[in-house]
Design a protein around this ligand. Structure first.
Ligand SMILES: *[C@@H]1O[C@H](CO)[C@@H](O)[C@H](O)[C@H]1NC(C)=O
Length: 399
């Protein structure tokens, strides 16, 4: 009798959660708590992706890891014209790595500076050799004159949208993720969500829970932004991305691509021409979450990395109870020692959004969780958020 009453009560509780009568306090992160889920769930759920996609080559297994004992969790590699690499690890240590002439790199023992607090993801050198860094929760950082003992300084370029922005004036930029820089110095960058990066047990910074809690909330807060260094103004170009990620300008700088990792699509925002100021879907139904986007060495096409293979549960994210579970998923997986399925995918994509080439590692033997791919000097420098070293793929070796 008691068991039956308990069972009925439990079902009633689940129903109350599902229909929004009971709000669910989402677990995350220390100091920041979300006790609501979008009501009704925002458009865009359940999540959709290309489930039939098969990886048919193992080209990515040819990647060689450099600096494997020296650095961990480099999300994006910045490559300077002289071949030096700008690297920020998961602890926020900023390094410049110098080619050693034998295909390897050397870095000093001590970092140049710390981008802490927070997780630095996208990085890129500007025309003056200063290193821009996208960080959560700080915003867009700049290491001026890196390595120049006299003049080096770390500055916050922007952490807030300017009051004159037509979209989201005054809004904080707390999850800068990826960036590209135009020839006039304008920095186009994404902000992923309002669920910030957080410090983990080993004092490094992580963002995985932010992705899952954002799905659970169902209230997209990602943006595409433009920062003008000449006058310091920060303008929001797009809002309501579920998880703004990779950013890449077209060769003519007439449009900028921005990934939405959760929606597994890429948008094109027009900067010039008849459609200037508007956006359209550039690629949809990708085989998983797009992460980094960059212009390929051919100066025409783009590299797009696909971070992972979504769990089947993501097809059920229109159900509130599944979203509650989603918020907890990374913690449950850590607790139970379960890992995400491993798969490495990098796509070469045409300016028309057609997939021209797939670089793969079907079972993630060598490469998985690829966060970015940056081409320089015939090599593809790959990013990963938790792994040691920097994987480098010699593109000539895979022809
Ligand atoms: C800042 O500079 C940009 C680019 O030149 C310009 O479009 C914008 O209007 C300027 N903003 C202000 C407040 O001057």
């Amino acid at each position: 009798m008691l068991a039956k009453a308990f069972f009925v009560g439990f079902i009633a509780l689940l129903a109350a959660v599902e229909f929004g009568q009971v709000t669910v306090r989402l677990p995350f992160p220390p100091g920041v708590e979300y006790d609501y889920m979008a009501e009704p769930p925002a458009e865009g759920l359940p999540l959709k992706w290309d489930k039939g996609f098969k990886v048919e080559n193992d080209v990515l297994t040819k990647a060689k890891f450099v600096l494997a004992d020296e650095i961990v969790g480099v999300e994006t590699v910045a490559v300077a014209p002289d071949g030096k690499l700008g690297l920020v690890d998961r602890f926020g240590k900023i390094f410049i790595a110098t080619p050693d002439g034998r295909g390897g790199y050397s870095i000093p023992k001590e970092p140049l500076a710390y981008s802490s607090p927070g997780r630095t993801l996208g990085v890129k050198f500007d025309a003056d050799g200063d290193l821009y860094m996208a960080n959560s929760p700080l915003g867009l950082l700049q290491l001026v004159a890196p390595g120049d003992a006299e003049n080096q300084k770390l500055v916050l370029a922007t952490g807030r949208i300017s009051d004159e922005s037509p979209l989201l004036p005054g809004y904080p930029v707390e999850f800068a993720n990826a960036l590209d820089i135009a020839s006039d110095g304008t920095v186009y960058f994404s902000s992923s969500t309002d669920v910030l990066a957080y410090k983990t047990e080993d004092s490094s910074w992580d963002v995985l829970d932010s992705v899952f809690v954002t799905i659970a909330k169902g209230a997209p807060a990602g943006m595409l932004l433009a920062y003008h260094p000449s006058n310091g103004s920060t303008i929001a170009l797009m809002d309501k991305l579920w998880f703004g990620n990779g950013v890449a300008l077209s060769p003519a700088e007439d449009y900028v691509l921005v990934a939405d990792s959760i929606q597994m699509r890429i948008h094109r925002y027009w900067l010039q021409g008849p459609k200037a100021g508007s956006s359209e879907v550039f690629m949809d139904n990708l085989p998983g979450p797009p992460d980094g986007i960059s212009l390929a060495g051919d100066g025409v096409n783009f590299w797009v990395t696909i971070y992972s293979e979504p769990s089947a549960l993501m097809s059920l994210t229109h159900i509130r109870l599944v979203r509650v579970l989603t918020a907890w998923a990374p913690r449950l997986m850590r607790l139970l020692g379960v890992q995400m399925p491993r798969r490495g995918v990098v796509l070469k994509v045409s300016p028309q959004g057609q997939v021209l080439q797939v670089l793969g590692d079907a079972t993630g033997k060598v490469m998985y969780g690829v966060t970015s791919a940056v081409e320089a000097d015939g090599k593809l420098f790959l990013g990963t958020i938790r792994r040691k070293g920097v994987p480098v793929l010699d593109l000539k070796a895979i022809q």
